[in-house]
Every structure is written in structure tokens, then in C-alpha cells.
Design a protein around this ligand. Structure first.
Ligand code: NAD
Length: 349
């Protein structure tokens, strides 16, 4: 196993790891440990180039600092990426090798599930390190975080609806959902129960068919979800999808979803604002997952109470962000970033 430091300005510590025996290659990026040990999931994707993977780790780890701070958790921001196709290249040995990387960082970074990962993978990682969460079994096991992530997004959608339409009720409202994976599926369930009409898209045609069947969802092509007739758009697949090409296509009044790093650039927050589209900052909307994971890292005995309380607080934070954005006529993203900077600033002194 080779673990090399990488110089990345703005980040506390970044390492590249390579274990040719097990075909493991990737990066751990620790953005900040100011509020506590860096926590953030590990993602496995068939990145086209190592630089692309490194950039993803850098962006996502910074996002975790903001997400953890916004959720008022005593955790810093970190993220790991593994280069490879999870469907074809993931194995228990690969996961164990990654577990040794996490152990090498000696508690500075805690890992958990992200895209392409399951609780079973976390168990393999956990055979090599204690700095892993999202386990299915164990004293403080928190399991799959996606149902809690979806609850947080659902709450955010209701807050957005109240600000935009004067009522948090979703009956008669249409929500377009991009991605019907772990998060998107649970979210569709909550939205359907809440009386919303659904328009959905996923590259997985079977998932689309299931959504049509279970939630009477209208299925559209993956490239037409942006222009779908809906009130609120909930991106729950990949990052960077709110950009100069997609934003002009949107017909919705608001965007609130679970995908990390939805904005391709900070300028896209302003672009949405200029189009009169209310944007719920992703790192606040999707904080439910890390709240769930935090119960395991922090070994919280009263798990349910902790989760409920933090989800309520997150909802209030979203409300505060949207209220302040309206009062200051700036984008909610700008307000959310500055609220987190306010949390981080006094600690830096
Ligand atoms: P997942 O892999 O289970 O689901 C992603 C889904 O998106 C899949 O069904 C996939 O087929 C679909 N998809 C991929 N590309 C698409 C495209 N171009 N158009 C339409 N659909 C597409 O992942 P997940 O756990 O549901 O996470 C979804 C997003 O939410 C990710 O950005 C993740 O980082 C973020 N997130 C997840 C959690 C969590 O608890 N799982 C927490 C916070 C943030």
C-alpha cells in the first residue's frame, strides 16, 4: 500500500492511496477538522481521470465541512473517492484495503456510505478500522442513512413551498425528481404520501417503471427532466446539474433536493436567483444523512431523539436562510455559506 500526501491549498490534509495488489486507487481529502474529526462518505465511481477523482474529493470534502457545520454537528469535513466501477470492481478485499487507508489516518477522518456503497461494504472496511460508520450491526450502528436524508429533504421542500406558495402543504403540487436511488426513492415515497404529483427520471428504466407503478409518477427522459412542468425540482442523482445549460430550461419555481454539489459553480446560485427560482442550498437540505451517521460516530444513546431534534433544527436553519435571503435580496446559497462561515470564524481565532 502506498499513501502519499498531496498539496491542496485550502485543505488540511489530502492523501492519494494506491494498492496495486487489490486494484485500489483513490484519494482522501480532509478539508477541516476545526469542529471535530472530518466525517464524510466514500464514493466509488469510474472516473475518467485521477484528476477528476481528486477534484471531486476536494469539492465534496469542503461541502462536508459546510454540511456538518450547518447541521450543528461537532464534526469537520472530509471525503474519500475510489476510482472504479462499483458494479464490476468492488470486492471485500478492495474494501478492506480502503479500511487500512482510513486506519492510517488515525481518526482524523471517519468514513461512511456514499454513492456506490452499502452497509455491507462498511462492514468490510470496519474489519480494518474503527473509524467507520453506516454499519448495519453493532452497538451504535446507524445503517443506511438515506431514509433520514430523504426526510430532511422532504422537510426542506415543505419550507421552500411555504416561502414560495404560502403553504407547506404539497397537495396539488408537482415535484420533479431526478434520480430514484436510495435517497430519491424514499423521497418519492414521502412526497406521494404528502399528496404531491411526481415527475421522475432515472437512467435505470426499471426504477422508473416502479415509480410509475407505486407512486403514479409520470416518467420522462433523463434529459427532459429539467424542462418538465413542475412546481419544485428535486435533484437526487449527481452533482453539477444546475448550470448555465440546465437553468434556462427550468420551469419550476424552486429547487430543493438531495444531490451533493448541485451547483456547477457559485455563479449558478446567482443565475437561479436572477431567474426567480428559489434554491434550497443542498448542504442544508441533505444534512439528514450525516445527522444519522453522527449518532454512530458520536455514540449517541438516544438516537431517535437526537435525529428528530437535529432535523427540526435543520428545518429552522433552512427557514432562516430563505427568510434572510429574501430580506437581503441575495441568493439563499450566499446566505447559507455566510451562516456557516460565521460558525467557523470564531473557532479559527
Ligand atoms: P444512489 O446511487 O442510490 O442513486 C442515484 C440514482 O441516480 C440512481 O438510481 C442512478 O441510476 C440515478 N442517476 C444517475 N445519473 C443519473 C442521471 N443523469 N439522470 C437521472 N438519474 C441518474 O445514490 P443516493 O444514495 O440516492 O444519493 C443520491 C445523491 O444524494 C448523491 O448525489 C449523493 O451524494 C447525495 N446524498 C446522499 C445521501 C445518502 O444518505 N445516501 C446523503 C446526502 C447526500
Amino acid at each position: 500500500m502506498e499513501i502519499h500526501p498531496i498539496d491542496a491549498p485550502g485543505h488540511e490534509r489530502v492523501v492519494e492511496f494506491k494498492d496495486t495488489a487489490h486494484g485500489l486507487l483513490g484519494y482522501v481529502a480532509i478539508h477541516s477538522t476545526q469542529l471535530g474529526p472530518a466525517a464524510g462518505g466514500v464514493r466509488m465511481r469510474p472516473y475518467g481521470h485521477p484528476t477528476e477523482a481528486l477534484n471531486d474529493a476536494l469539492r465534496l470534502s469542503r461541502g462536508m465541512t459546510f454540511k456538518n457545520a450547518a447541521a450543528d454537528l461537532p464534526l469537520g469535513g472530509g471525503k474519500a473517492v475510489i476510482i472504479g466501477d462499483p458494479a464490476a470492481e468492488k470486492s471485500p478485499e478492495l474494501m478492506k484495503a480502503f479500511g487500512r487507508v482510513v486506519q492510517h489516518l488515525d481518526g482524523q477522518y471517519w468514513t461512511a456510505e456514499d454513492m456506490g456503497m452499502t452497509p455491507a461494504d462498511m462492514a468490510h472496511i470496519g474489519s480494518e478500522t474503527r473509524y467507520v460508520a453506516g454499519l448495519a450491526e453493532g452497538d451504535f450502528a446507524s445503517g443506511d442513512p438515506s431514509p433520514i436524508t430523504a426526510r430532511g429533504i422532504f422537510n426542506a421542500i415543505r419550507v421552500v413551498a411555504r416561502h414560495r406558495f404560502g403553504t407547506a402543504g404539497l397537495k396539488g403540487k408537482t415535484v420533479s425528481v431526478q434520480g430514484l436511488g436510495n435517497v430519491g426513492w424514499h423521497l418519492c415515497h414521502l412526497l406521494h404520501e404528502g399528496g404531491a404529483e411526481l415527475v421522475v427520471a432515472d437512467i435505470d428504466r426499471q426504477q422508473c417503471a416502479r415509480a410509475a407503478d407505486q407512486f403514479s409518477a409520470k416518467v420522462v427522459e433523463t434529459d427532459t427532466i429539467y424542462s418538465a412542468e413542475a412546481d419544485i425540482f428535486a435533484p437526487c442523482a449527481i452533482g453539477g446539474i444546475l448550470n448555465e445549460t440546465s437553468i434556462p430550461l427550468l420551469k419550476v419555481s424552486a429547487v430543493a433536493g438531495g444531490a451533493n454539489n448541485q451547483l456547477a459553480t457559485d455563479a449558478d446560485a446567482q443565475r437561479l436567483h436572477d431567474c426567480g427560482i428559489l434554491y434550497a442550498p443542498d448542504f442544508v437540505a441533505n444534512g439528514g444523512g450525516i445527522i444519522n451517521v453522527a449518532t454512530e460516530i458520536l455514540q449517541v444513546a438516544e438516537r431517535q431523539a437526537f435525529v428528530d431534534l437535529r432535523l427540526q433544527a435543520l428545518e429552522l436553519t433552512m427557514d432562516r436562510i430563505l427568510t434572510r435571503a429574501q430580506a437581503e435580496t441575495v441568493s439563499p446559497h450566499e446566505v447559507a455559506e455566510s451562516i456557516v462561515q460565521e460558525v467557523l470564524r470564531p473557532q479559527a481565532a
